[in-house]
Design a protein around this ligand. Structure first.
Ligand code: 13P
Length: 262
């Protein structure tokens, strides 16, 4: 049985004061014991969040990391090894600006998801080499969905990692399906739309290794709220969610975590 996971991607939100408030809210949540809960604050606040959540079973991850595992002469980058040193256990891969990752630029800025996957794949590998769990974000644009290309696009995004790093890379990774058109728009994929893509992802992995496919957690991301979480998480291949806007409100986030524990 896969253990559900709910993760909050805080994106570029927060100040020291608002982060302190959010930490306080999270500390007071009654979280379901059967669900893995994580948050991804902006890098500046990672130390504050790790200190503030001590003793609470909420993991902390980063929203980005460098293509090299170890420290080095890369201005403005953060090495996965430094994230581990800070106490992070996870990192998002494929949601970063300017890279040739899954999104080719952040969904928030309308980036397309085409392009090469080299930088993204290197980030994935470098993170894993340091013991971080990469959360690989995949998904299609509205244009691609309307052209009937969703499964092809997502299949390519996933296939590139399988080809380069082997399916075994997913034995210790999480995949988040985040349709670009549903991110921050208030539009949510229907549970069936999300399930169809999650099922295809699992089948693609199963064609290479059924054990890896059975074990990997597939999160849905895109306007998840307490009001739609139960239905989404009730689908057989949806193992939880990657939550944006709603994760900035501790009570709402807590309700979504509880929905995953049902
Ligand atoms: P929203 O929940 O704000 O749509 O964002 C989803 C997301 O991008 C999580 O990574």
């Amino acid at each position: 049985m896969r253990r559900p996971m709910v993760a909050g991607n805080w994106k570029m939100h927060g100040t020291r004061a608002s982060v302190a408030e959010l930490i306080n809210g999270l500390r007071h949540l009654a979280l379901p014991s059967g669900v893995d809960v994580a948050v991804f604050p902006p890098c500046l606040y990672i130390n504050q969040v790790i200190d503030g959540l001590k003793g609470k079973s909420i993991s902390v991850g980063a929203q980005n990391s460098a293509v090299e595992s170890m420290q080095g002469a890369l201005t403005g980058e953060i090495a996965p090894s430094q994230l581990v040193d800070a106490g992070c256990s996870l990192v998002l891969v494929g949601r970063q600006a300017g890279g040739s990752g899954v999104l080719g630029g952040p969904a928030e800025r309308g980036g397309s998801r085409g392009g090469g996957h080299g930088v993204r794949n290197r980030k994935f590998a470098a993170a894993q080499a340091c013991g971080l769990i990469p959360v690989l974000c995949v998904g299609e644009t509205l244009e691609q969905r309307e052209a009937g290309k969703t499964l092809e696009v997502v299949g390519r995004q996933l296939g590139s990692i399988i080809e380069e790093l082997g399916v075994g890379a997913f034995a210790n990774a999480v995949i988040a399906y985040e349709p670009v058109w549903a991110i921050g728009t208030g539009l949510t994929a229907t549970p069936q739309q999300a399930q169809d893509v999650h099922k295809a992802i699992r089948e693609q992995l199963a064609a290479e290794n059924s054990e890896v496919a059975r074990g990997v957690r597939l999160l849905y991301g895109g306007s998840v709220k307490a009001a739609n979480a139960v239905e989404l998480f009730g689908m057989p291949d949806i193992d939880g969610g990657l939550i944006g806007g709603a994760s900035l409100n501790a009570d709402e986030f807590g309700a979504i975590c509880r929905a995953a524990g049902n």
